[in-house]
Design a binder for this molecule. Structure first.
Ligand SMILES: NC(=O)c1ccc[n+]([C@@H]2O[C@H](COP(=O)([O-])OP(=O)(O)OC[C@H]3O[C@@H](n4cnc5c(N)ncnc54)[C@H](O)[C@@H]3O)[C@@H](O)[C@H]2O)c1
Length: 303
């Protein structure tokens, strides 16, 4: 369906999305406003926890295939280099005004279909920044995007319904499992995930249980692959905080006010799991000095 994919914002999600499409054989142009993010992003795609060299180690791809994947990703500091792209995925910080500004600038340069990877912000509102809102939708990948099958497609008020179905079909052919939801703050996935994450943080704040025990409760009691505390560490605590703030800004509902502990952890430099979040002092697990629940259950041979 597409030939050249553009990614704007080469942070945690942008690098994963770029790698996913490059692994599928697409040419990718990745743009970030920070040179450091472009360098770190390429290093993550090469040697990170879900990077191509890990696939080589596991015998899933050859070294020359890994080099081919890397060579398909071009990085740039300028939106002008997105000109040839026919699909652009926006993955900058979860901040309404920033996203509106970036989308306005990108849309002036390119005629591409644009998808936002936003976790929560109204697709209809974001579509007001682009030239053709019928060619704008939410394409919400999950972390790690190279591995996770789920993609949440979000239909804004003006999104072309046929386009959503075409993208759903295309992503299915690439091995993803897309779901389609109507535009609403937090869509389906974030709305549920954030409530669970908030209750888990409040339980920590109140001293009800440890991070490990809260996560084990959801893993073994409810069949989750990963508990809410570890999920928050993986998402990035700073990104989680921005998502609560965006939800609160949109809905004015106090239920989305960020938990105090989350705000304090981010203020103190705990930005999430350091293996996926460069420069972070750690996540909730490092702060509480506990072994992650997934590691513990694996070590005990339970999962
Ligand atoms: N972290 C997750 O698990 C996750 C999962 C699904 C969706 N999301 C969503 O994906 C988006 C990105 O999240 P992330 O976790 O990758 O954030 P991140 O902080 O890791 O990366 C954001 C990147 O955007 C770049 N950026 C900022 N301003 C820019 C500009 N004007 N032009 C170009 N680049 C710019 C930053 O330099 C940074 O590299 C957010 O909307 C978030 O809600 C995150």
């Amino acid at each position: 369906m597409f030939k050249h994919i553009g990614v704007v914002g080469f942070g945690l999600m942008g690098t994963q999305i770029a790698q996913f499409f490059a692994q599928q054989g697409y040419e990718v142009v990745a743009v970030d406003s920070r040179k450091e993010a472009l360098e770190k992003g390429m290093e993550t795609i090469r040697n990170g926890r879900f990077g191509v060299m890990k696939l080589v180690e596991k015998g899933k791809i050859s070294e020359s295939d890994a080099e081919k994947v890397l060579s398909r990703i071009k990085t740039s500091l300028s939106y002008v280099d997105l000109k040839e792209c026919d699909l652009i995925i926006e993955a900058v910080y979860e901040d309404l005004d920033l996203k509106l500004k970036v989308l306005r600038e990108v849309s002036e340069i390119c005629d591409a279909i644009i998808g936002s990877n936003t976790s929560s912000i109204s697709i209809t509102k974001l579509s007001s920044a682009v030239k053709d809102p019928s060619k704008f939708l939410g394409i919400h990948f999950f972390n790690p995007a190279q591995v996770q099958k789920l993609v949440e497609l979000v239909e804004g008020l003006l999104t072309d319904k046929k386009l959503i179905l075409e993208i759903k079909d295309w992503l299915s052919k690439l091995g993803k499992v897309p779901i389609v939801v109507k535009d609403s703050p937090g869509f389906a996935t974030t709305r549920l995930g954030l409530i669970l994450g908030k209750e888990a943080m409040l339980m920590l704040q109140e001293g009800i249980a440890s991070p490990q025990d809260i996560d084990i409760a959801m893993m073994l009691g409810y069949g989750f692959a990963m508990g809410p505390i570890e999920t928050g560490d993986l998402v990035g605590l700073d990104t989680r905080l921005r998502i609560y703030e965006a939800m609160f800004q949109m809905t004015k509902d106090p239920k989305w006010a960020p938990p105090k502990l989350l705000v304090q952890l981010v203020d103190a430099g705990y930005l999430g799991d350091p293996s996926v979040k460069p420069g972070s002092k750690g996540g909730v697990y490092e702060f509480y000095r506990q072994e992650r629940a997934t590691q513990l259950l694996k070590r005990l041979g339970i999962r």
